[in-house]
Ligand binder design. Structure first.
Ligand code: ADP
Ligand code: ZN
Length: 604
């Protein structure tokens, strides 16, 4: 039998999937060919399968280096639920568990072993492992090897030595975030020869994006969550206190909530994370400390109660939604306070001047995305150098952003840029327009310009927002990397001279001249939750009971997508059940009969 056919059969038989997701097939093939591989795929695109499937199809053991114990535990649970022999060795394993694991390593029955980089570097482990048959080492979250990345873990640099000690076995590495420089660093520090690199699109078309200026943030969040009751979601907050306050508030509103941040005592923190993973419909209010270990496929929404720190972190955080490929929603609230806070945080960090400028520029990119009057996904992908068409699903494409004609304001703003020599930034230009009492204006004799004070009818905040929108729309560009000053583009020139009009966001909604938005009820949510309402709910209930009995996460019994597929197609025999997405042989054996019965009952 050809390899290709065999992998496809295993994909269906073990995982219950009919097809590879984009990229998976060629990566699996490369891994099975024995080549060193570095794969960069966005969160939720199905990286794990790229080492799980080859592990199952190869002789010997695949050693998986993974950064977090919680993540490993989860992965092992999932592997076992599919009937794959997997284990982890970590500081929390009992002596008995470790004994059993070592027995399986020695007799060659174990397929996947998860260890942390620290553990791998510890005395004796590689020696002991090298006596077993190791077929390859898979490194998860490989960007942790990069010093400049935000997750730097020095122990990742020791992995290569271990690989060599294991007899220079095949190395394969995965990450969701690595630009060209990081890829080069990973290639150099992890591999002994140039790896085959696979890059996959950053597009996550099932996540709909929305941004809203903070007006009454709690109400805005409540509106967003209300239409998503019963769904799992994450609400990111900038501060620890914020997570607790919001968790309490939403608990009072009848949501199943929890708070998560680094200040919560470890035991409770782990328990909270477990509960989020296991139960259906928990909303976690969390700081960015909540993240890496959360590979729950059915997170239906991610909201930002406060602005994230950059587009990269925004993208990573929303990437935790909709890993199962079903519709999911992201809402990001932003306010001027947030912007000021993030700027201050960058200024207070211990950074070189160069680095600080880079950080400010990264944050500005996000601020522009927040304020843009254009397709969000198109802008987001453009940030990652991907070209795309308007998505049709973001708040802009759905016509949910209030706009109004802003040509006059745009002309005032552009004139301010032009008359000051096209080199000043947001703050200075906004001061100029409102006619502020500012030392910098006087020093440059800008208080003598005609433009001084022509915008006194609006607040400074409104002007900074106007500048950002002009920037996001491509009417302004940065004049020089150093000072964050603006210069006109061709488009800006055309607006200034009255050859083109300009549309402004009308935020906050109470601003004069704005039309009230039509509040659409969570369309995405309804797509997911109802399927065939009655059957789906019955299956969900059964899933919860089965998961509770075994103390495992609901999604480990079956994913939402599987239940929806069942509710729609209503299989009546084990064979028909095999045709459903996500149903492999192990699941047939464990749950086939009970689910068939439940489908039959709920269908009458
Ligand atoms: P990543 O590690 O890239 O963030 P995961 O490996 O956790 O993503 O996979 C995300 C989800 O996608 C999981 O629920 C997984 O079962 C599912 N998945 C992976 N491969 C496929 C596939 N070929 N078809 C359908 N679902 C898949
Ligand atoms: Zn769009």
């Amino acid at each position: 039998m050809s390899d290709v056919l065999a992998t496809r059969q295993a994909l269906k038989k073990v995982f219950g999937f009919d097809d590879f997701r984009p990229g998976q097939g060629e990566i699996v093939e490369a891994v099975l060919s024995g080549a060193p591989v570095l794969a960069v795929m966005p969160t939720g695109s199905g990286k794990s399968l790229c080492y799980q499937l080859p592990a199952l199809m190869s002789d010997g053991l695949t050693l998986v280096v993974s950064p977090l114990i919680a993540l490993m535990r989860d992965q092992v649970g999932q592997m076992r639920s599919l009937g794959l022999p997997a284990a982890t060795l970590n500081s929390q394993s009992s002596e008995e568990e470790s004994g059993e694991t070592w027995r399986q390593i020695r007799d060659g029955s174990l397929k996947l072993l998860f260890v942390s980089p620290e553990r791998l570097a510890m005395n004796g482990l590689t020696e002991a492992l090298s006596r077993g048959k190791i077929s390859r080492v898979a490194v998860d979250e490989a960007h942790c090897i990069c010093e400049w990345g935000h997750d730097f873990r020095p122990e990742y640099r020791l992995i290569r030595q271990s690989v060599e000690k294991l007899g220079a076995v095949q190395a394969i590495a995965f990450t969701a975030t690595a630009d060209a420089a990081m890829r080069a660093e990973i290639a150099e520090r992890l591999f002994d020869r140039a790896p085959r690199i696979f890059l996959h699109s950053f597009d996550r078309p099932n996540i709909s994006l929305a941004f809203a200026a903070k007006d009454q943030p709690r109400k805005q969040l409540l509106r967003f969550l209300n239409v998503r009751r019963g769904q799992s979601g994450i609400v990111y907050c900038a501060s620890r206190a914020g997570t607790e306050k919001l968790a309490d508030f939403f608990a009072e509103q009848g949501f199943d909530t929890l708070a998560y941040h680094a200040g919560i005592e470890q035991g409770r923190r782990n328990a909270n994370q477990d509960r989020f993973l296991r139960d259906d419909g928990v909303v976690a209010f969390a700081t960015i400390a909540f993240g890496m270990g959360v590979n729950k496929p059915d997170v239906r929404f991610v909201a930002h109660a406060d602005m994230p720190s950059s587009i990269e972190s925004y993208y990573q955080e929303i990437g935790r939604a909709g890993r199962d490929g079903l519709p999911a929603a992201a809402l990001c609230l932003y306010g001027l306070d947030d912007m000021a806070l993030r700027r201050r945080q960058i200024d207070e960090k211990d950074l070189s001047d160069d680095r600080r400028r880079v950080e400010h520029a990264r944050f500005s990119a996000l601020a522009s995305l927040c304020e843009a009057v254009a397709c969000r996904r198109q802008l987001l992908l453009a940030h990652f150098n991907e070209k795309s068409e308007p998505c049709g699903a973001c708040d802009f494409c759905r016509g949910e952003i209030l706009t109004r004609d802003g040509t006059v304001e745009a002309q005032k703003a552009l004139a301010a840029v032009y008359r000051t020599g096209q080199r000043f930034g947001l703050n200075h230009l906004s001061d100029l327009l409102i006619g502020a009492d500012s030392e910098a204006l006087r020093r440059n004799r800008h208080d003598e310009l005609k433009t001084f004070g022509v915008g006194a009818d609006r607040s400074k905040a409104e002007w900074t927002s106007t500048f950002r929108q002009l920037f996001a729309a491509g009417a302004l560009r940065t004049a020089s990397a150093e000072h964050g000053g603006f210069a006109l583009t061709e488009k800006g020139d055309a607006i200034l001279r009255g050859r083109e009009t300009f549309v402004l966001r009308a935020d906050p909604p109470r601003e004069k001249g704005a039309t009230k938005p039509v509040l659409r009820k969570g369309r995405d949510f309804e797509d997911v939750a109802t399927g065939d309402g009655k059957v789906f709910e019955a299956l969900r209930k059964l899933r919860r009971e089965l998961a509770n009995d075994q103390g495992i996460a609901a999604f480990m019994v079956f994913a939402d997508r599987t239940l929806l597929d069942m509710a729609e197609r209503r299989p009546a025999s084990l064979d028909e059940l095999r045709g459903i997405h996500g149903v492999g042989e192990r699941k047939i054996a464990l749950y086939g009969d009970v689910f068939l019965e439940a489908i039959a009952q709920a269908s009458v």
